[in-house]
Design a protein around this ligand. Structure first.
Ligand SMILES: NC(=O)c1ccc[n+]([C@@H]2O[C@H](COP(=O)([O-])OP(=O)(O)OC[C@H]3O[C@@H](n4cnc5c(N)ncnc54)[C@H](OP(=O)(O)O)[C@@H]3O)[C@@H](O)[C@H]2O)c1
Length: 340
């Protein structure tokens, strides 16, 4: 016996990937429905070897549906997620709306699967920001061994993190550099993204940081340990899919780079590719379509007592969103919504 599953935002980057991953991982479904806005009514989306016709979220009745995987923006989520949850359907949400709500668990299954039990307070489970998800998968096993005091992270985030409009803008702007008359001014991003990098994602906060940077701080604390200090600089780069991060970690206890490499090799969801030679590391184009978070360039930071540096790359549409959401659904099914 399987579940009745709704994919909300099925025409978007994350929604399409959720359908792919549900099919790839053979998530037990009795019935699946693809939902999006009214303008997408009838749009065909793939689910394994079959095609689904998208239905209108606004008129959809969630009664009798078990799980809804949401990948629409926060504004629309605010309207539709409570509606689904109230109808008895468990919402797994990719937006930032519920991530910091103490009554909603924020889950990365490799890190804090046990916290899922708290879902029943609101019938909602939150998925973290894409940059946080891949980072905490790498940090948790190291924290368990040597206690992390402080993390300094710089991100190199692909345009797909800004949705399908972000991908279109990079494509059109790149073409416009070569085809006279097809120049494309920035609209989704604040400056030219083609052949450029932009040190600004989401809105500015009073202290000069951005909301994206604040999310990495707040979410790491909620998922792993409130005592961990994080300082982040989030940067958009002209890569279609795959987020990269340069992470510097300061520990309470000494952790040798070889031991760290061994710990990460054994860690769930992690793949270590770390050869100190030309090409002996992973770049974003190589992680696309993969489930793993890749770790390379593991090395001691000799400028502090207990420091390590590493390079972390993952498919932001997968571990950063769709895969993590499906993994949450799997844990939910195994622990809380048993069937058959
Ligand atoms: N991309 C990432 O790496 C990533 C990572 C983590 C979290 N997220 C979050 O996931 C969510 C979706 O991101 P995305 O990258 O997939 O965006 P996207 O490619 O722009 O897709 C947005 C989806 O939401 C639907 N939608 C928007 N407003 C709607 C409304 N009022 N009613 C019904 N459907 C509506 C769209 O349907 P139509 O096509 O009909 O407009 C589309 O299916 C966002 O909250 C984002 O912050 C994204």
């Amino acid at each position: 016996m399987g579940y009745r599953v709704a994919v909300v935002g099925a025409t978007g980057n994350v929604g399409r990937e959720m359908l792919n991953i549900l099919a790839e991982r053979q998530f037990p479904t009795d019935e699946i429905v693809a939902l999006a806005s009214r303008k997408s009514l009838g749009t065909e989306v793939s689910f394994g070897d079959t095609t689904l016709k998208t239905k209108d979220l606004d008129t959809f009745d969630f009664s009798g549906w078990d799980i809804a995987l949401f990948a629409i923006g926060s504004d629309a989520t605010k309207i539709y997620a409570p509606r689904a949850a109230k109808a008895g359907c468990v919402v797994i949400d990719n937006s930032s709306l519920y991530r910091y709500d103490p009554a909603v668990p924020l889950i990365v299954p490799e890190v804090n699967a046990d916290a899922i039990e708290g879902y029943s307070r609101k019938n909602i489970i939150a998925n973290p920001n894409c940059s946080t998800a891949q980072m905490v998968v790498a940090l948790k096993p190291l924290h368990d061994r040597a206690r992390i005091k402080r993390v300094v992270v710089s991100t190199y985030q692909s345009v797909s993190g800004a949705g399908k409009d972000g991908m279109d803008e990079l494509w059109d702007q790149t073409k416009g550099m070569y085809v006279p008359g097809q120049e494309k001014e920035p609209s989704k991003f604040t400056k030219q993204i083609a052949f450029n990098v932009i040190p600004h994602i989401d809105t500015f906060l009073e202290d000069g940081s951005t909301k994206e940077e604040w999310k990495m701080v707040a979410e790491t604390k909620k998922i792993i340990d409130t005592s961990i200090l994080v300082t982040a600089t989030c940067v958009r780069v002209p890569v279609f899919v795959g987020h990269s991060e340069a992470i510097n970690i300061e520990f309470e206890d000494f952790l040798d780079e070889d031991e760290a490499r061994d710990i990460l090799r054994e860690a769930p969801g992690v793949m270590v590719v770390d050869k100190r030679e030309d090409g002996g590391y992973i770049t974003p184009v190589e992680c696309v379509g993969d489930f793993a978070t890749f770790i390379s360039r593991i090395r001691q930071d000799s400028t502090i007592d207990n420091g390590l540096n590493l390079w972390c790359v993952s498919d932001n549409l997968r571990k950063g969103a769709a895969l993590n959401a499906v993994q949450i659904a799997e844990v939910l099914g195994q622990r809380c919504l048993k069937k058959g």
